[in-house]
Structure formats: C-alpha cells, structure tokens
Ligand binder design. Structure first.
Ligand code: ZN
Length: 481
C-alpha cells in the first residue's frame, strides 16, 4: 500500500506537504466482540485522515460499527478483514472527516437576504433584533433549523455550534436529522423571542440544559450569552457561574467589531477579552466566535485559557467587521476553528467557502501567500475545529475509536481534472455540491446526494410559505412608512 504522509514542521503555521514515502502496517483496527458483519465500509481513492501525522491513504477505507470507527487503512485489507452490511464505494471519491461549523445561528436561514449591506450594529438593532421579535417563534425555529440542517448536511458539515432561540426545538430537529450539535440557550438582556431579559433567559437556559444534558450522545446543551454589549458584566459572570454549576461550555461573540471593543473600553475601561479575563469568565470552556480585534496582550490569554476561537471570514467581510489575526493566534497556540455565522450575514452555510476565504483573506492581509496554507485551513474545518469546540477527543479525524463522522467528496467534476494534490483541491477547488455522502455517528444522512433523514419537499414548502408571510409583512410596513 502506498501512503502519503504529511508532516508537521514546528507548528500549524509551518506545515510542509512533504511526501514521506510508503509506511508499513497502515491499517489500524479495533478488535470486535464477535465476527458478525459490521455496519458500514466507506471507500475512497484517498482517505484524508487528519490524524496527528496527517496521513493520506491511497485506495483507502474506513470501517464503522455501532457509530464508531473500527478500522482505517488500505481498502483491500479492510474489505478482506470485514464484511459490512453496506459499502459506500470509492471511485472518484475522497473520504475525510465531516466538517465542523463552530458558529452558527441555524434558523436564520429564514432571514437570508432580508437585510444586506449594513454595518453590524445598524443590522442588529434596526433589522435583525426587531424582525426576530416579530417573526421568530417555535415554528420559525423548527422550519429554519431543518432548512439549515439540510443545507449543512448537503455541504458535508456533520457538527455545528448553534446560538439561537427555542433551543429545545433546535435539539429536537438535530435529534431527528442525525447531525451532531452543541446547542446554546441564548442569554441576552432584552426582550427576545423566547425570554424577557437576562434573568429569564438564564433560568430558561438552566431548564433546557437540565432536560438535554446526557440525554443524547450527539447533542450537547450549552449556554450562549450573546455579547458584552447585550449583557452587563454581572450578567456575564452569572451565566458563567450557571454554566460551571451545570458542567457545560459557553459559546459567545467576542471582539467582533470595533464598536464592541470601544463599548467595552467606555463602559469598563478595558477591551473585551481583558474584561472577560477580569471577571473570571474564561474559567470554564469557552467557544469565542469572531475574535476580530484582540490586542497583542489578549492573544496569550486566549491560548492560556484554552479558549476555542471560531473564525467567520465571510460574515466578517460582509458586515465589514474586520480581518481576524488568525495567523498570529495560531502562532500563539490558540485553538482556531471555522464557522459560517448565521445565513443572514453570510448568506449561506458553506464551509468550503469559509476555508477558501479564510486562507485568501490572511494571505492578502499579511501580503504573504505562504500564510494559512491549505492543510492548516483543512485542519481548522476538521480536527482543529473539533478541538476548538471541545470535541477533539471524539471527532474531527478518522482514527480508530473516534465517532464515525465521515464524508465522501466526489472528485469527478471538471474542476477536479487534473488533481495533483488532494488537500489543495479540497480547500481551493471543492464546493458543497461536490459532497456525495455524509455519515454521522455511523448513520448515513446523505447517500450520493440523496437526503435520508430530512423530507426536503416538505421543508422547502414550509420555508417558502413562512418566507411569503414575512415578505408580505415587511412590504406592508414599508408602505405605511
Ligand atoms: Zn454570530
């Protein structure tokens, strides 16, 4: 068997694409209790493992049983060792870990395109927050989240971190559609679609987390305090205390815009991350979305506190929030993943686009094409992203014993001809339409482009009907202005 092994040199930033030659004994396996057929074998011309050695296995396969990866290696050896109830064949297919979308507001798919080309605070205060109070109810969240899950599965995303309203509804949709998710109970000190303010949203969040914690292996309930300009320092600290008591992480917007940092300085006399550090906010696991404006002094705090930073290049560009110093954060040892943000500020949930833009944005910002190479960006969307959201031990790479979140990417379209370097193509060429099959926890959610767990006809019909109501209300309002 021929295995191309990619090697790390020093850090993420200096990864080489050095072919280290054939490797012996590539097929690693987990002993099975009996010799019954396993659930699934997924085959590919190449298996991009994203393990610590960044092994790429030619003519490879992944064997899966009971939701767990039981073998990764040469396809012929795996087929000879196991009989499987189903095999996803591998001609013109690349097998890799599912993508991790570290920051989203899934149900905002229903607000896609209602307010474009606006600055963050204008967009939030004059369009998004009022529209949410008016239109968002549990039915909106159900339909919008189903629509988002459909789009994410279609594009090869297997795990997402969500921050929205009616988290019980989000969890029910995720349970049904088969994805993996960290679902935030949003905490915000204003009237929102499902709460009257900070205290109310914290107490409803506690109830949500108690209902879902430990109930389902794919669903992690967490807290989602919105930001330091929609919650005061005491409310932020209280949310952290509640999260520590319940043993759950927090997802939050951090240093997203110059407005936020200035607001923090004016109100507390310090920048956002310094404020969080001063109130002990980072004493529990934190997923920090955006982090566009950390100071030089704040970046080491993020590394030391093991804060998972989620970079959202498309949203940061569209709202003109700025360019996050991703290269500097990675060099300082900060865990950095990728996210799409909500569909109202993107306007899609395509992680392939995030990978490409993340790389190009750093290159042009630093005027250096060597920064953020393809393999680093691919890691941010898989193994690095999984680590940033606290799931690095269970997902993000194709390794024996990890949960089986695996995708197959088709390489038979014209833009993959010719292919000299698989990793280059995954980051700089592939798009969501290339994803052929998606497996989460060993269950096939999409098989050769066909959705298995979502009734797409119904979801499209319901989303269109609800969007028509929103459109007509907005038009009425514009007429009466
Ligand atoms: Zn966001």
């Amino acid at each position: 068997m021929t295995t191309i092994r990619y090697c790390f040199l020093i850090t993420f930033l200096s990864i080489c694409l050095l072919a280290c030659g054939p490797k012996q004994d590539d097929t690693s396996t987990l002993p099975l209790e009996d010799d019954d057929a396993i659930d699934l074998i997924i085959v590919g011309d190449h298996v991009v493992t994203m393990n610590v050695d960044l092994d790429v296995i030619e003519n490879g396969a992944v064997a899966i049983d009971q939701g767990v990866i039981v073998a990764v290696g040469n396809a012929d050896e795996i087929r000879a060792t196991y009989s499987a109830r189903e095999t996803l064949s591998g001609g013109d297919r690349i097998v890799m870990p599912g993508l991790v979308n570290g920051h989203s507001h899934a149900a905002m798919t229903l607000l896609r395109g209602v307010a474009d080309d606006l600055a963050l605070m204008d967009w939030l205060n004059n369009y998004i927050f009022p529209a949410e109070v008016e239109f968002v109810d549990s039915e909106f969240v159900r339909i919008g989240t189903e629509l988002a899950c459909w789009e994410m599965i279609r594009g090869g995303t297997t795990t997402f971190v969500d921050m929205y309203y009616y988290p019980d509804v989000v969890a029910e949709v995720v349970e049904q559609c088969g994805m993996r998710a960290l679902i935030s109970a949003t905490v915000i000190d204003q009237r929102s679609p499902d709460a009257e303010g900070a205290d109310d949203s914290v107490s409803k969040g506690v109830a949500f987390i108690e209902r879902w914690k430990g109930r389902h292996s794919r669903i992690s309930p967490i807290f989602g305090p919105h930001a330091n300009y929609t919650l005061n320092a005491e409310q932020l600290a209280a949310t952290r205390r509640a999260a520590l008591e319940l043993g759950v992480p927090i997802s939050i917007h951090v240093s997203e815009s110059p407005f936020e940092v200035q607001y923090s300085k004016d109100t507390y006399g310090m920048t956002s991350i310094a404020l969080y550090e001063s109130i002990g906010f980072f004493e529990g696991p934190t997923i920090a979305a955006h982090v566009v404006w950390p100071t030089e002094d704040e970046i080491p705090i993020l590394a030391e506190r093991k804060v998972g930073v989620i970079h959202n290049p498309t949203s940061n560009m569209k709202i003109a929030s700025g360019i996050s110093p991703v290269t500097a954060m990675l060099a300082a040892g900060v865990r950095v993943g990728l996210g799409t943000d909500g569909a109202a500020s993107n306007n899609d949930l395509d992680m392939w686009e995030e990978m490409r833009l993340a790389s190009f944005l750093q290159k042009v910002d630093r005027m250096n094409p060597e920064v953020l190479p393809a393999i680093t960006v691919l890691s941010m969307a898989t193994s690095g992203g999984a680590a940033a959201i606290g799931l690095g031990d269970s997902i993000g790479s194709l390794e024996v014993g990890k949960r089986a979140d695996v995708i197959q990417v088709a390489f038979d379209d014209v833009h993959h001809v010719p292919t000299y370097d698989v990793v280059s193509h995954l980051v700089y060429v592939s798009d969501e339409q290339d994803v052929a099959s998606v497996v989460v926890d060993g269950t096939v959610l999409m098989r050769e482009g066909v959705m298995e767990t979502i009734d797409t006809t119904r979801v499209a019909r319901e989303a269109s009907a609800l969007a028509a109501q929103i459109q007509s209300t907005l038009e009425q309002r514009n007429k009466t202005r």
